[in-house]
Design a protein around this ligand. Structure first.
Ligand code: ASP
Ligand code: MG
Length: 439
């Protein structure tokens, strides 16, 4: 069985929902994971913001507008009064439940409930639409099987068992529809898998049902070997190893949420990225297979800050790095790149919320310098150290660009460069020309 996930834009209008329905109505049994219609989760965040600020009027305005929009979607989606009415009732109960919070105490718990409503609406719409079209579609509520444990990590055993029970109830069903993003936590409360978490749901569901393939459908044509918005002459990448995809997902290739990789990788289930606007295109296949000796893609991540600490105390000392890293840890700031020498260490971070405190603490151990407006360029491919020549080619492409840090050998799949943001476009283009276009 396949698991297919459609993101917010793919279900962003009644017409888009109909297109998705046509795509999935091929008689094959499948599980379909849906996001909320695009913009909805953000609107629900905005509503929550008004409720936190005890402004029921502000909240009500947006709630009413959102409900109006959905009424229009329903009018466009359904051909029969019966199914429109059935879905309208879901809509009313959802919006009334959100409205109830304008009169009550509003905390993190209530916010989680509000944020869950987007996926609840979109999945009810799709299920009812498919049923109206005569398809045997069943809605499997994510809140009945998707659960996180006390560390807020998904609980795969629970998910597998509960989902199997749910699916077994409907042996005749052709399409199972379920919500991405939402779950219950270890205490049974409504929670979620973080923003953008529907990809994670698809991967967890795929692993739980032992899917033959997990398909992530967006409105973009798979992964590209470089950012088509910045660089000329990019090409789609047809195959990636999970670790290559993980590097790219983290380094700004927005097409796939990084959390999606791990469950599929462990269960050895291929993930295919497909385009709703061009369903016949082959897309990008992500699996545990490496294409040997190939550089696959380049990605960039902006807004990076580099911090260097230089200290003669580091010379021949042990425990120095631990002390440095602990400072970052104590400010919940994760480090992306690290380069060390005998007398200094440079690190890059993308979260500068606690930068001044971090610098102040680091000064206890050495001389600190900071470079802002930097950018990480990440080259991904089969970069196993025994392969010769690849790192040289990447370096050659950057021969005219000032490079602040280089990180190679951390994984078999990546080499990263830290450069100035202003050099990014040039660096990406040079890398494309040298690595992919043989210029
Ligand atoms: N609707 C959620 C969000 O906007 C989850 C998702 O779309 O993946 O973050
Ligand atoms: Mg998404």
């Amino acid at each position: 069985m396949k698991v297919l996930k459609f993101g917010g834009t793919s279900v962003g209008s009644a017409q888009r929902m109909k297109d998705v329905a046509r795509l999935i109505m091929d008689g094959e049994k499948k599980v379909v994971v849906l996001s909320a219609m695009s913009g909805t989760t953000n609107t629900l965040v905005e509503i929550s913001d008004y409720l936190y600020k005890k402004n029921p009027e502000g909240a009500n305005d947006i709630i009413n507008k959102l409900e109006q929009n959905y009424r229009k979607h329903l009018a466009e989606l359904f051909a029969t009064e019966e199914y429109r009415q059935k879905t309208q009732e879901v809509l009313e109960s959802v919006f009334n439940s959100i409205r109830a919070y304008t009169k009550d105490l509003f905390t993190l718990f209530e916010e989680k409930v509000v944020l869950a409503q987007g996926e609840i609406i979109s999945t009810n719409m799709m299920t009812n639409y498919l049923q109206e079209q005569g398809v045997n579609a069943v809605l499997i509520p994510a809140l009945d099987y998707m659960r996180t444990d006390k560390n807020a990590e998904p609980d795969p055993v629970y998910i597998r068992e509960k989902l199997a029970l749910q699916l077994a109830k409907y042996p005749e069903a052709e399409i199972f529809i379920t919500q991405g993003f939402i779950c219950r936590n270890a205490y049974g409360e409504i929670d979620n898998l973080q923003r953008g978490g529907s990809d994670y749901t698809a991967s967890l569901v795929g692993a739980a049902v032992g899917a033959s393939e997990i398909q992530i459908w967006t409105d973009i044509d798979g992964m590209h070997d470089n950012d088509p918005r910045i660089v000329d002459h990019t090409s789609p990448v047809r195959q990636l190893h999970f670790e290559e995809a993980a590097e790219l997902a983290y380094f700004g290739a927005k097409i796939l949420h990084p959390t999606c990789i791990q469950p599929a990788k462990y269960a050895n289930i291929p993930v295919r990225l497909l385009n709703t606007m061009d369903p016949a295109a082959p897309g990008t296949m992500i699996s545990n297979e490496t294409e040997h000796g190939k550089i696959k893609a380049v990605a960039a991540k902006d807004n990076i800050t580099a911090i260097k600490i230089k200290s003669s105390r580091m010379l021949l000392a042990h425990g120095f790095l631990r002390k440095v890293f602990e400072i970052f840890e104590s400010y919940q700031t994760s480090i992306d790149m690290v380069c060390t020498s005998e007398v200094g260490v440079s690190m890059s971070i993308d979260n500068t919320k606690h930068l001044s405190e971090i610098i102040a603490d680091l000064k206890k151990y050495g001389t600190v310098t900071v470079d802002e407006n930097m950018c990480i360029i990440c080259v991904v491919g089969d970069l196993t150290w025994e392969n010769v020549g690849f790192e040289t080619r990447a370096l050659q492409a950057l021969k005219d660009v000032p490079v602040r840090m280089i990180s190679y050998g951390g994984s078999n799949y990546n080499i990263s460069f830290l450069i100035r943001e202003e050099d990014k476009k040039r660096a990406l283009q040079n890398l494309s020309d040298t690595l992919f276009n043989n210029k």
